[in-house]
Design a protein around this ligand. Structure first.
Ligand code: FE2
Length: 216
């Protein structure tokens, strides 16, 4: 498995790539805060559950969007890009990259996600085959949920995150939350014996970057 320093190095490499390809300096905090936030939240939940490895949860959380920066250049869904980047290095990180956008690893019909897959049906079919060939892991579910609980400024509610997504994509606000997403939250709330939102105040925000600061 990747160590924390390997993960951190990968994220720095991504920053360098993105700055060299037109990212506005000082805006890295957006990606940084989201992926590290997902990592620390997943770690916290894993620690509390006791049957998941907190270290793995952190690595999967920070790496779940590993393909994101390459998506516009490859014109392919970042989940597929991330899967291919890691399939020979760490198959578990590769799988998380692909599964994190689909609650319970359920793929909607192709027509509904055609844009997300950049019109590449072969990529969609690849994801479909992969999901059919394996059970949904606890880590899949964990990262799917955590991804919906962290934005570029820290921890938020599902509704806040969904509304932000709707505003970015010119959709009506408030956005209706999908039943599967609500089920995911209920699933972990029940296992934890508390509302996940109550964990936010127990996670140190030391990892957060502020706007304008690309490096810490
Ligand atoms: Fe994400």
């Amino acid at each position: 498995m990747f160590s924390r320093s390997e993960v951190n190095n990968y994220i720095v490499e991504l920053l360098r790539f993105d700055l060299a390809h037109g990212r506005q300096p000082g805006t890295w905090y957006k990606y940084h805060n989201h992926v590290y936030g997902v990592g620390y939240l997943a770690q916290k939940i894993a620690e509390m559950l006791g049957n998941l490895d907190p270290e793995k949860a952190w690595v999967f959380g920070v790496m779940h969007d590993a393909g994101k920066m390459y998506e516009p250049f490859q014109q392919r869904f970042h989940g597929i890009v991330g899967y291919e980047l890691f399939m020979d290095k760490d198959i578990d990180i590769a799988k998380i990259n692909l599964s994190h956008s689909f609650y319970f690893n359920k793929l909607p019909e192709y027509e509904k996600v055609e844009k997300m897959f950049f019109g590449k049906r072969e990529d969609y079919e690849f994801a479909q085959n992969l999901f059919m060939s394996a059970d949904v892991s606890e880590y899949d579910k964990l990262i799917q949920l955590c991804d919906c609980l962290v934005n570029c400024n820290g921890f938020v509610t599902l509704q806040q995150r969904a509304d932000e997504f709707a505003m970015r994509n010119n959709l009506p606000v408030p956005m209706r939350l999908s039943e599967d997403l609500l089920k995911l939250k209920e699933y972990f709330d029940y296992k934890l014996g508390c509302d996940i939102y109550s964990l936010y105040s127990k996670i140190s925000s030391d990892f957060m970057l502020t706007s304008g600061n690309d490096y810490k």
